[in-house]
Design a binder for this molecule. Structure first.
Ligand SMILES: Cc1cc2nc3c(=O)[nH]c(=O)nc-3n(C[C@H](O)[C@H](O)[C@H](O)COP(=O)(O)O)c2cc1C
Length: 250
C-alpha cells in the first residue's frame, strides 16, 4: 500500500482484535519512529508487550474495545513548535502503520496515563499515545456511532483554503492537499487549520480564535497530510515549521 493509499484508508480505530502485531512489523514501525527522532530531536518511544500479552496501554473502555500490545508514546518538546513537530511526525508514523495493515488512533485524553511510563527529558512532555493493532473485523456499533457523530460536523473542503482565487480555480495540487487535510485526524475533529494561498505562497494557520496546545498537533498533522496529498498530485515539497511556515516546492 502506498502512503497516499494509507492516507485514504486511515480512520481512528477504536475497536481492536486481541491479536499481537508480528515482530517484523514492529521492527518497521520502530525504524520509522527512530528516523523521526533523529530528524527532529523527538523522543517517541514504542512499547511492545507482545511477549507478555499485557496491554501496552489502557484505553478508556467507554471509547475503545479490545486490547493493543503495541503503542507509540509521543514524547517531544513542550511548546507550540514542539507540538507541531510531534503532530507532523506522528502522522508519518500513523500512515506507515496503516500501510503495514494496522489500525491506529491518536489519543491525547481517553487513556489511563498511569498505564504507561515513558522517559521524559527536561522541557519535554507526553503529548499523546498511538495504540497500534489489528482493527476488529466487525466494527461495533458504539465505535461507528462515535465516529459518525464526531465527523458529522466536517467542514467543506473549500473552507480549508484562504485565497484571493475561487477554490475551483486553484492549482490541482493545492486542492489535493486540502482534501488530504480534511481527511486527516484532528482533536475532537475541530479541523482548526486553514491553508493560505496568497502571492504564490502556501502557508498554514490556525483559524480558531481560542487556541489550545492540541491544535499545534493538529497543525503538524495537517502539514504532513497536505504534503502527501500534494505529492500524489505531482508536486513534491516540504514544510517549514511554525504558523505561517511556508510549503517549499521542489
Ligand atoms: C491531537 C489529537 C488528539 C486526539 N485525542 C483523542 C482521544 O483522546 N480519544 C479519542 O477517542 N480520539 C482522539 N483523537 C481522534 C479524533 O477524535 C479523530 O481524529 C477525529 O474525530 C476524526 O476522525 P477520524 O480520525 O476517524 O478521521 C485525537 C486526534 C488528535 C489529532
Amino acid at each position: 500500500m502506498t502512503e497516499f493509499e494509507a492516507l485514504e484508508k486511515r480512520i481512528s480505530v477504536r475497536a481492536y482484535e486481541k491479536k499481537p502485531v508480528p515482530p517484523e512489523i514492529v521492527a518497521e514501525l520502530r525504524e520509522t519512529m527512530e528516523e523521526a527522532n533523529r530528524a527532529a530531536g523527538l523522543h517517541f518511544q514504542l512499547v511492545d508487550t507482545n511477549t507478555s500479552q499485557k496491554p501496552a496501554v489502557k484505553l478508556t473502555p467507554a471509547m475503545f474495545s479490545g486490547e493493543v500490545y503495541t503503542c507509540a508514546l509521543l514524547v517531544g518538546p513542550e511548546g507550540e513548535i514542539g507540538g507541531e513537530m510531534v503532530g507532523y511526525f506522528s502522522e508519518k508514523l500513523i500512515l506507515r502503520a496503516v500501510a503495514l495493515g494496522l489500525g491506529t488512533c491518536w489519543v491525547a485524553g481517553t487513556y489511563d496515563r498511569k498505564s504507561v511510563s515513558p522517559e521524559i527529558g527536561e522541557d519535554e512532555k507526553l503529548w499523546g499515545v498511538i495504540p497500534m493493532g489489528f482493527a476488529a473485523e466487525k466494527t461495533p456499533l458504539l465505535q461507528r456511532t462515535i465516529r459518525s457523530r464526531i465527523r458529522a460536523k466536517d467542514r467543506r473542503t473549500e473552507d480549508f483554503v484562504e485565497s484571493d482565487f475561487p477554490y475551483t480555480s486553484l492549482p490541482a495540487w493545492i486542492r489535493a492537499g486540502a482534501e488530504a487535510v480534511k481527511a486527516g485526524p484532528s482533536a475532537v475533529n475541530q479541523q482548526p487549520v486553514n491553508i493560505v494561498y496568497k502571492d504564490g505562497l502556501v502557508t498554514m494557520r490556525l483559524w480558531k480564535e481560542k487556541k489550545n496546545e492540541m491544535m499545534y498537533n493538529d497543525l503538524g498533522i495537517a502539514k504532513y497530510q497536505f504534503q502527501v496529498g500534494a505529492e500524489n498530485a505531482g508536486v513534491r515539497g516540504f514544510w517549514n515549521f511554525g504558523e505561517d511556515g511556508e510549503f517549499i516546492t521542489e
